[in-house]
Design a protein. Structure first.
Lengths: 231, 373
C-alpha cells in the first residue's frame, strides 16, 4: 500500500520544519554555545539550565506556555501584532518558533562541548600570529569544532523530526500548514488505520536510524574531514 | 642568510608592568607582579626564576595575552599599553613560542607555517619562506600533520611559525622545558644559530640555569613577582646577592676565544679577560669564540701557586667579597681574576684556615670547566 498524498505532504512539511529549525538553531546556538563555553559569569549556570529545560520538560508544558506567549494577548503575540506580523499559533512559523525552543539543547550542547574542547591555547597562539577575533573564529574555531557542528546539525534535525507534543499544542492539525508526519501518524491511529500508521511510523524509525547511523559512522571521518579544511 | 627579519637596532623596551590578580592558590591568594625595567634587548635576554615567580606572566603581558593593570609598556617608543589603551595581542609585532609547540592540529605543517606567513605585515617571498624552513631543517616535514611529528620537530615548526610572522621581538616561554634531554640537545643548536644568524631580539623565559648560561646575553632574575637582578649575564651571575639564589649551580660565565691547540695533550688554550685556560679539546677551531662556565664549587683557593698540583688551570686572583651560601658550612668568595669575576665555593673552615680577607691576593685552582658552545 503506497503512501497517500496527505502522507507525503506531512513528510515534506516535517522535513521543511526540521531544515529551517536546524539552520536557525545553528545561527542562534553558535554564539550562545560559544558564550557558555567561555564565560566565567555567574549567569552561566542559570542560562545553561534554561537551555537544558526542554530535555526534561514534557513537550506539552513547553507547548502550553509557548501557546500562551504567542496568543494575541500574550507578550510574544502582542509584539508580533504590533510589528504587523502574523500571529504565530496554528501557523508554520509558530511551529518553527516552537521547534527552535524544543531542540535548542540538542544543538547548543554538542557545540558547547566542541568549543570547550578547543581550549584557550590555539586561540592565544593565533592571536600572537596576528589573527583578530573573527579570523580566529573562522580559521581556528570553525575547523576545529567541525565535528561538533555535524553532531549538532544531525541531532537538531532528527530531534525536530520527532517532535509531536509541542506541535500539537501550538500548531494543531492543519493539512499542509502544521500537520507534520508525527501528527499524521496520530491521525491514522485515531482513525484505526493501523496499516497507514505502520508505514509512516516504520518509515520514521528507519529514517531516524539511518541519519543517526550516518552520524556515528562518520564521526571519526568528520574529524578527519575537518582536518582537511584549509585556513 | 637573508631571512633575518632585519631589525638591526636593538629594541628599546621600557616596561613598567604592574599586574595584580587573584591566583588560584591558598598560600598566595593574590599575586602581584611588579616589573619596572628598561631593556635594550638585543640577542637573548633570559628571564630566569623559580616556577611561580611571574616570569611567564610577564611574557604573556608583553604579548598582550594577560591584561596589565596600572602599568606602562613602551617598545621602541610605541606604547603597547598605557593609561589610554592597550594594543591587543594580534596588533603587537611579536612572535611567541610556547612551552608546548601548540601547533594547529587541523592544519599540516605547511598549513601552520602559511597561517603565519599569510598574516605577516609584509608579504614574504617564497625564498624567505624556504630559507626559514631550511634554517630549522623542517622542509621535509611540510606535508605532514602535527600529530605525526616528534616533540623536537614540533617545537622547530613552532619556532619557524613564530619567525614567519616577521616579529620585531621574539618571546619564548620555556621552549625546551617540555622536552627530554635528547630533544633538548636537538633544539639547542638551532637556538644558538637563531641568536647568531638572525638579528632578532629574543626574550627567553626559563627556569633552567644551563639554558641561561649557554644562550643568554642579558639576564633578568625574578622572584615572587619582583625583579631581583638584571644586566649582562656574566655580571649578574657573579653579583654579590645573586649566587646565593642559585645554590649548587652558582658560577661564572666568561666569553673566550680559542687561541692554541696542544695536539700532544689534546688540549685547547682559551684566552679570556682573566687570563687563559687549558681545556680538553672538544674540536673547536682556532679563533672560534667559546663561552665557558666555571661553577663556584669547581674553584678552590690556595695562598701559593701549587706547582705540584694535578690541577692544570691556576690563576692569580684578588678577593673582592665574601657572602654566605645557602649551605651554612659554605662560603661564596668573589674573586677578581684579571678583569673577570669568578666565584669560589669553599667551606667556612677553609676560609678561616686561609685567613681570607678583602683584597687578599691568592691563587684560584679551577678543577673543571664546561664549554657551552
Amino acid at each position: 500500500m503506497p503512501l497517500s498524498t496527505a502522507d507525503w505532504a506531512a513528510i515534506s512539511l516535517s522535513l521543511q520544519l526540521a531544515t529551517v529549525t536546524t539552520c536557525i538553531l545553528l545561527l542562534l546556538g553558535t554564539p550562545l554555545a560559544w558564550w557558555l563555553a567561555r564565560t566565567g559569569s555567574w549567569l552561566k549556570g542559570p542560562v545553561a539550565a534554561i537551555v537544558a529545560l526542554p530535555l526534561v520538560l514534557p513537550p506539552t508544558v513547553l507547548g502550553f506556555y509557548l501557546l500562551m506567549a504567542m496568543s494575541p494577548t500574550g507578550p510574544v503575540g502582542r509584539l508580533t501584532e504590533s510589528l504587523g506580523l502574523v500571529t504565530l499559533p496554528f501557523t508554520f512559523s509558530g511551529l518553527v518558533v516552537g521547534s527552535v525552543c524544543y531542540s535548542l539543547p540538542f544543538v547548543v550542547q554538542p557545540l558547547q562541548n566542541a568549543f570547550a574542547a578547543i581550549g584557550q591555547r590555539p586561540l592565544e597562539m593565533a592571536a600572537t600570529l596576528r589573527a583578530d577575533a573573527w579570523d580566529r573564529f573562522f580559521h581556528i574555531v570553525l575547523p576545529m569544532a567541525f565535528p561538533g557542528f555535524i553532531s549538532a546539525s544531525v541531532l537538531g534535525f532528527a530531534h525536530t523530526l520527532g517532535e509531536f507534543g509541542v506541535v500539537l499544542m501550538i500548531g494543531g492539525n492543519i493539512p499542509g500548514e502544521t500537520r507534520v508526519a508525527s501528527v499524521q501518524i496520530y491521525d491514522h491511529v485515531e482513525a484505526l488505520d493501523y496499516a497507514q500508521a505502520h508505514l509512516l511510523a516504520g518509515g520514521m524509525i528507519v529514517f531516524s536510524f539511518l541519519i543517526l547511523l550516518l552520524l556515528y559512522l562518520t564521526s571519526d571521518k568528520a574529524a578527519v574531514g575537518s582536518l582537511q579544511l584549509r585556513s | 642568510m637573508n631571512t633575518a627579519p632585519g631589525h638591526n637596532q636593538p629594541i628599546e623596551a621600557n616596561f613598567s608592568v604592574k599586574l595584580s590578580f587573584p591566583r588560584r592558590s591558598a598560600e598566595a591568594p593574590r599575586f602581584e607582579l611588579v616589573v619596572d625595567e628598561q631593556l635594550a634587548a638585543h640577542g637573548i635576554t633570559a628571564v630566569f626564576g623559580p616556577s611561580g615567580c611571574g616570569k611567564t606572566t610577564l611574557l604573556r603581558a608583553l604579548a598582550g595575552l594577560q591584561p596589565i593593570h596600572n602599568g606602562v609598556l613602551r617598545v621602541n617608543g610605541i606604547a603597547w599599553h598605557d593609561q589610554r589603551g592597550s594594543l591587543q595581542a594580534h596588533q603587537r609585532p611579536v612572535g611567541f613560542v610556547f612551552q608546548e609547540a601548540s601547533l594547529f592540529e587541523h592544519l599540516s605543517v605547511a598549513g601552520n607555517l602559511e597561517f603565519a606567513s599569510k598574516r605577516a605585515p609584509e608579504r614574504l617571498g617564497s625564498e624567505q619562506f624556504q630559507g626559514i624552513t631550511e634554517f630549522l631543517e623542517i622542509d621535509q616535514l611540510l606535508p605532514q600533520k602535527p600529530a605525526q611529528l616528534s616533540g623536537g620537530e614540533r617545537q622547530r615548526v613552532a619556532i619557524a611559525r613564530a619567525l614567519l610572522i616577521r616579529p620585531e621581538l621574539l618571546l619564548m616561554d620555556e621552549p625546551l622545558a617540555a622536552l627530554d634531554q635528547t630533544r633538548k640537545r636537538e633544539i639547542l643548536p638551532f637556538l644558538d644559530r637563531l641568536k647568531s644568524e638572525l638579528d632578532l631580539p629574543i626574550i627567553y623565559v626559563t627556569h633552567a640555569l644551563d639554558e641561561v648560561t649557554r644562550l643568554a646575553d642579558d639576564l633578568l632574575i625574578m622572584e615572587k613577582g619582583r625583579v631581583k637582578a638584571s644586566g649582562p649575564v656574566d655580571e649578574v651571575l657573579t653579583r654579590p646577592d645573586v649566587p646565593r639564589m642559585l645554590g649548587e649551580e652558582a658560577g661564572a660565565v666568561v666569553e673566550g676565544i680559542v687561541t692554541e691547540r696542544d695536539s700532544q695533550w689534546q688540549l685547547l688554550r682559551v684566552d679570556f679577560i682573566g687570563g687563559h685556560l687549558w681545556l680538553r679539546d672538544s674540536g673547536e677551531s682556532i679563533g672560534q669564540c667559546a663561552r665557558i662556565r666555571i661553577l663556584a664549587r669547581d674553584v678552590s683557593l690556595s695562598l701559593a701557586d701549587e706547582q705540584a698540583s694535578s690541577i692544570l688551570n691556576r690563576l692569580p686572583a684578588t678577593v673582592i667579597g665574601m657572602a654566605d651560601d645557602t649551605d651554612r658550612a659554605m662560603l661564596l668568595v668573589r674573586l677578581a681574576v684579571g678583569e673577570a669575576v669568578l666565584l669560589a665555593r669553599i667551606s667556612k673552615k677553609s676560609a678561616s684556615q686561609l685567613r681570607l680577607y678583602q683584597n687578599q691576593r691568592l691563587w684560584v685552582q679551577i678543577k673543571s670547566v664546561a664549554v657551552l658552545h
